[in-house]
Ligand binder design. Structure first.
Ligand code: CFN
Ligand code: HCA
Length: 542
């Protein structure tokens, strides 16, 4: 098996043995050994459940998912964090979502600013609506933005400020789009609830407000791509070369104007399903826009995704251009992989990240001849693990719109009814699965250990048991892991690197992983007392 002949049940026991019985019973359902049936079925991993208090989790909060993740990367909305200063400050560009100032002809790029109401004791006690009103006014006076969005942090919900009423009032007064999100950090069990709230809000307040159809024969939206380390720039480069017209990206280097007309595209491509599937579902229901999953992490995955898009449009000229782009790009990538592979072949990785990258990055490691011993998401749901469609199973707040309540657009001439049956048949005939709900586990080897919402304790056990050659996670894990002498690659912020998407990104990734897994520095990481018995003895008695 992948886990090097280790007794897998024994490994699971070792991870759980220190826990009190009730905790062990819960974690037991979130740690499974992968098996893949002939029909692609995999075991159930319990996910999207509350973390046991006291366990050190990698997870973030609802506000992080809404403001930090989904809407933070939009450059021309003034995003105001309503709360004490920390939430706004810590979600200010730490994710390394990039913008291209040249793509804002009006000069609107507010990414370099951090907007917050900076609530004090006075607002917590007497209410913060007045300060929020002033903040919106001040932002408007200084920047004259097209839109202002307000994001609630924990205390806002606790004291009951009505951010939506303030937004409505200011929208009326200023004559620009002003809308709020009840994304208090404590809602739900992770960032995931925040994704949902962001999706519902942007759909309700922005999508479909501009009916002007952009020019282009093959109009697409790219959903769930946030331009971390410039990934979206590389994907845009490839789309352009292929002759695909990108209407909107949700939400790397995005503009509110792109969202407003995104319903006029022909096809939605979903890169990170977890964070944005709700927008895709709602666009499909209301405007008849079909969606397919893509993955631009890995050269082979990129080529496969481009071919899938071409198959969807079923146009010989497009297919020809796509093939030409793949043929032009692949040789350089393959040459680099071949150069690096003798040094990376057989090395072992573990990936514990978010809700899609722990899956997508396995492609890049496979291209390096490396194997994934163990992987897991922080906050993904069963469909992201199993690759099957299961209904959204998280509770959202009352002001969020439920997708089931949506009606189709009143103009069926203009917007196709939900899922064009004929097109689905055409695709099936070409062997393209229209509803390809690929997930992590069906694409992982049997015997790999899948761990949902891994705890710090389990992380240390996994390190001690397997000594992987590289561990992929985030900033909170990084230095703890490295002190064990194992390099940690941040798959959130990419450390200081990137892009890793597309063809050029793959080359960057190969080179960086080669440097990391082959650096001799990790062998020198013993602390003085680990090398010197006298020191060890001294500290033992102090
Ligand atoms: S950029 Fe995305 S790809 S949006 Fe999501 S699930 Fe986070 S911020 Mo960190 S890196 Fe991560 Fe994914 Fe989608 Fe990023 S794996 S945890 S909420 N994520
Ligand atoms: C978030 C954002 C985060 C955190 C990354 C990390 C990101 O979830 O709040 O823990 O290093 O990608 O910036 O996921």
């Amino acid at each position: 098996g992948v886990l090097e002949g280790k007794d897998l049940e024994g490994v699971r026991r070792r991870l759980l043995e220190k826990y009190p019985p009730k905790v062990a019973r819960k974690r037991d359902k979130q740690i499974v050994v992968n098996r893949v049936g002939e029909d692609g079925s995999v075991p159930v991993v319990m996910s999207n459940v509350r973390t046991v208090p006291g366990l050190i989790s990698q997870r973030g909060c609802c506000y992080a998912g809404c403001k930090g993740v989904v809407l933070g990367p939009t450059r021309d909305i003034v995003n105001i964090t309503h709360g004490p200063v920390g939430c706004g400050f810590y979600s200010w560009l730490t994710r390394r979502n990039q913008t291209d100032p040249d793509s804002s002809p009006d000069g609107h790029n507010f990414m370099t600013y951090c907007f917050t109401t900076d609530m004090q004791d006075e607002e917590i006690i007497f209410g913060g609506e007045k300060k929020l009103r002033l903040a919106i006014q001040e932002a408007y006076d200084n920047f004259k933005p097209k839109a202002i969005a307000v994001f609630s942090t924990c205390p806002v919900g606790l004291i009951g400020d009505d951010v939506h009423a303030v937004c409505r009032e200011m929208k009326e007064k200023l004559g620009i789009n002003v809308f709020g999100f009840s994304c208090e950090g404590y809602k739900g069990v992770s960032q995931s609830a925040g994704h949902h709230i962001a999706n519902n809000g942007i759909f309700t307040h922005v999508v479909g407000t501009d009916d002007a159809v952009p020019e282009g024969d093959f109009k697409i939206n790219l959903l769930g791509e946030y331009n971390i380390g410039g990934d979206a720039f590389e994907i845009e480069r490839i789309f352009e070369a292929c002759g695909l017209t990108l209407v909107a990206t949700y939400s790397g280097n995005s503009s509110i104007e792109h969202f407003a007309r995104s319903h006029t595209a022909d096809l939605n491509l979903i890169m990170c399903h977890r964070s944005i599937n709700y927008v895709a579902e709602m666009m499909e229901t209301k405007f008849g826009l079909p969606w397919i999953k893509v993955n631009f992490i890995g050269a082979a995955a990129t080529a496969k995704s481009l071919r899938k898009i071409a198959a969807y449009f079923d146009d010989p000229a497009l297919s020809e251009r796509v093939e030409a782009v793949i043929a032009a790009e692949l040789p350089a990538v393959e040459a680099e992989a071949a150069a690096v592979r003798p040094r990376t072949e057989g090395k072992r990785a573990m990936l514990f990240v978010g809700g899609s990258r722990a899956h997508h990055y396995q492609e890049l490691f496979a291209e390096l001849g490396m194997k994934t011993l163990s992987a897991g998401y922080e906050f993904a749901h069963r469909d992201d693990y199993e690759g099957r469609r299961v209904l959204p199973d998280i509770k959202v707040d009352a002001d969020s719109r439920n997708i089931q309540e949506l009606e189709v657009h009143p103009d069926p001439e203009r917007y196709r009814p939900r899922v064009d049956a004929q097109r689905a048949e055409t695709l099936a005939a070409k062997g393209v699965d229209f509803a390809d709900y690929a997930g992590m586990m069906p694409e992982m080897p049997a015997g790999a250990l899948v761990i949902d919402d891994i705890s710090h304790h389990e992380t240390e056990k996994m390190i001690a048991l397997f000594k992987p050659d590289i561990f992929c996670a985030g900033i909170k894990e990084k230095y703890v892991i490295q002190k064990h002498g194992i390099p940690l690659k941040q798959l959130h912020s990419y450390d200081y690197g990137g892009p890793y998407a597309g063809f050029k990104g793959a080359i960057n990734f190969y080179q960086e992983i080669d440097r990391m897994v082959n650096s001799r520095v990790w062998g020198y990481l013993k602390a003085p007392w680990q090398k010197n018995p006298e020191l060890a003895a001294k500290y033992a008695f102090e």
